[in-house]
Design a protein around this ligand. Structure first.
Ligand SMILES: Nc1nc2c(ncn2[C@@H]2O[C@H](COP(=O)(O)OP(=O)(O)O)[C@@H](O)[C@H]2O)c(=O)[nH]1
Ligand SMILES: [Mg+2]
Length: 474
């Protein structure tokens, strides 16, 4: 997922410009900061937020430590990263549950912002953490609203409480009671929104709040709204108040203004982001990771977490064994399959430093090109060739190419790539060997990290990985 593509590209261009300079003068910093300001304004970030951000960043950059350092451009990027993280929120933004049973989480926001979807996704996330959530359908104005929630709930195996014909306040109350009876520990209240902030909506939200005293009120905000969000969010903050924000539709072509302004203007943290319509396209928000993505520095931590979550114990063991004995083409094929499960190469490359830009250049066709052709080539190898790639000589390569309907060149490229990955794994093996000490076993987490992705789990090799990726798509 390219986060705020345009903003991200412009900032990266600015810093590439700085890097190409070596030594930096005050004038260079001035120019760079002017570019940063323009980029942020065009991303629709609130002008006051931009002004403060640039002033702070510039001041930190214009010190002799930065200007006279051996790597001034890197220091500037580091400062921007820190300030951007700060802007997005430095405090822990995890959802805090209280000891009350059931906890009540209420979602508010404009119509179409993604409340109902987010309610279901949040329930899904909490369920995966071992909670027993109940969804309460309190949008009684749109005829299909409760059905929508119920459909989503059914898909995810989460019960939906609906009180058709009742007043929303009553539904919320009854839902809390039903949760107690049904042994549910969290009630997620989905409310109605309007197209614009209006009195009736605010009153109803306030009434539901008064009736069920939510432990958390989360405001759902569509990131496509730009800095208009600030007005909406401020209105809600004054009237109903809330504890945090769920930013939705970050998969769209949002410019970033809303997400970058909201924290600074309201002081409310972004707690979750929604990045698509599927139930699992929902993540806990990490300001530092988001800032890294905007600056094109990649987000390997998220990939590794995703891998860890996906890789089962067996897979992890298999990966650990593979690491010990070296990879075969059968392993490679299995890795390809597991990458597909993770959302394809595109999503992984997107998480590497510079990955989003690489993807843009490849025209987003990476998945098709990579997996289909690679699979065809591997399938054309004999069993022996897959197990012992070193026997694949020139005539075998020609035969494999014919079998797969590709050029010998493609087979060569794949084998080269395969060998590179194997080499990287060799390095990893050495590192893991160090880490586990004499005769010890790899930690469960280390093994998990290796499951599913083979060499990709090695954060230290990011730069090398990036180079490899670049080679692949040349
Ligand atoms: N692409 C994308 N679409 C989303 C996301 N969240 C919600 N939607 C879609 O936005 C529309 C409105 O969402 P809904 O949950 O009904 O909004 P509500 O009116 O606030 O309850 C629906 O078509 C959703 O599928 C997201 O993160 N990404
Ligand atoms: Mg809804």
């Amino acid at each position: 997922m390219a986060v705020f593509g345009n903003l991200s590209n412009r900032l990266q261009d600015t810093f590439e410009g700085l890097r190409s300079k070596g030594r930096l003068t005050e004038a260079d910093i001035d120019t760079a900061m002017r570019e940063v300001r323009m980029a942020l304004l065009e991303a629709d970030v609130n002008f006051k937020v931009v002004k403060d951000f640039v002033a702070k960043t510039k001041e930190r950059c214009l010190t002799s430590e930065v200007l006279e350092s051996l790597t001034p451009a890197q220091n500037v990027v580091k400062i921007v990263l820190e300030e951007l993280t700060d802007l997005l929120g430095t405090t822990e933004s995890k959802l805090v549950l209280t000891s009350r049973i059931p906890n009540v989480i209420m979602l508010v926001g404009l119509q179409g912002s993604g409340k109902t979807t987010a309610a279901a996704k949040l329930a899904n996330l909490l369920k995966a953490q071992g909670h027993a959530p109940l969804l309460a359908a309190c949008d009684v104005y749109r005829p299909a609203a409760a059905d929508q929630l119920e459909t989503l709930g059914n898909e995810l195996g989460v019960k939906v409480f609906r009180g058709d014909g009742q007043h929303p306040v009553q539904i919320a109350r009854d839902a809390v009671r039903a949760a107690v009876d049904g042994m549910k520990d969290i009630v997620i209240v989905d409310t109605a929104g309007r197209l614009q902030v209006d009195e009736a909506m605010m009153q109803e939200a306030a009434d539901i709040k008064a009736a069920v005293k939510p432990d958390q009120i989360l405001m759902v905000v569509d990131s496509m709204t730009g800095q208009d969000i600030v007005n909406v969010v401020t209105a809600f903050a004054e009237r109903v108040d809330f504890d945090g924000v769920i930013m939705t539709k970050l998969d769209g072509d949002a410019r970033g203004g809303g997400a970058l302004s909201v924290r600074s203007v309201t002081g409310k943290p972004i707690k979750f982001i929604s990045t698509g319509e599927k139930p699992d396209a929902f993540e806990v928000f990490h300001p530092d990771r988001m800032a890294r993505r905007i600056l094109g520095m990649g987000d390997m931590v998220s990939v590794i977490e995703k891998v860890s979550a996906q890789a089962d114990e067996e897979q992890a063991e298999a990966a650990a064994r593979m690491l010990q004995r070296g990879m075969t083409f059968d392993d490679f094929l299995a890795q390809l399959k597991s990458i597909e499960k993770l959302g394809g190469f595109a999503s992984i490359i997107s998480s590497l430093p510079g990955g989003d830009r690489l993807l843009d250049k490849a025209g987003g066709q990476i998945d098709e090109r990579m997996t289909k052709r690679t699979e065809a080539i591997i399938m054309s190898m004999t069993k022996e060739e897959r197990a012992k790639p070193q026997i694949i000589n020139g005539s075998r390569r020609a035969r494999i190419a014919r079998g797969a309907g590709v050029e010998v060149y493609d087979v060569n490229a794949l084998i080269k790539q395969f060998n590179q990955i194997n080499k990287m794994m060799g390095k990893m093996r050495a590192q893991v060997g160090d880490a586990k000490g004499k005769g010890g076993r790899m930690s469960k987490r280390a093994r998990r990290m290796m499951g599913g992705l083979g060499g990709l789990g090695d954060v230290a090799s990011q730069a090398e990985m990036q180079r490899m990726m670049r080679d692949m798509f040349k």
